[in-house]
Design a binder for this molecule. Structure first.
Ligand SMILES: [Zn+2]
Ligand SMILES: [Zn+2]
Length: 125
């Protein structure tokens, strides 16, 4: 009888991919247009692991971060604003080239869908 060899592939955990804390997608760390992928391209959620600089891994919060808004930098680059569901911290993250475009647009236009004043007021300006 031959002894069966276990040929386990060691997964380099955290080295080249991470699992999304929101939708459980396995996300490769390399992303088009950014050096530090810090959010899921599918649901745009992030995880609170960085404290000051992207990639510093200095925070011990670890809660999910919800994409709440989009802002635009001077060069036209879209930046996602994430709010931590655990500690309410706000973090700006560059959007990546393969981010879900539908969710990006939905996040960017959310305030327009719920204006804080009657739209008729615009006609009187
Ligand atoms: Zn996700
Ligand atoms: Zn947090």
């Amino acid at each position: 009888m031959s002894r069966r060899r276990e040929n386990r592939h060691r997964s380099r955990q955290g080295a080249d991919s991470f699992r999304c804390a929101n939708c459980s997608l396995d996300v490769p760390l390399s992303a088009p247009g950014t050096r530090h992928r810090n959010h899921c391209p599918n649901c745009l959620f992030s995880k609170h692991v960085d404290e000051r600089v992207p990639g510093d891994r200095a925070s011990d919060c670890g809660a999910r971060m919800e994409p709440i808004a989009v802002t635009v930098r001077g060069d036209g680059e879209w930046v996602l604003i994430h709010r931590c569901t655990g500690c309410d911290a706000l973090v700006a993250n560059r959007s990546a080239g393969d981010d879900n475009p539908l969710l990006l647009m939905r996040t960017a236009t959310r305030p327009l869908a719920t204006p804080p004043f009657p739209l008729e007021r615009l006609a009187r300006l």
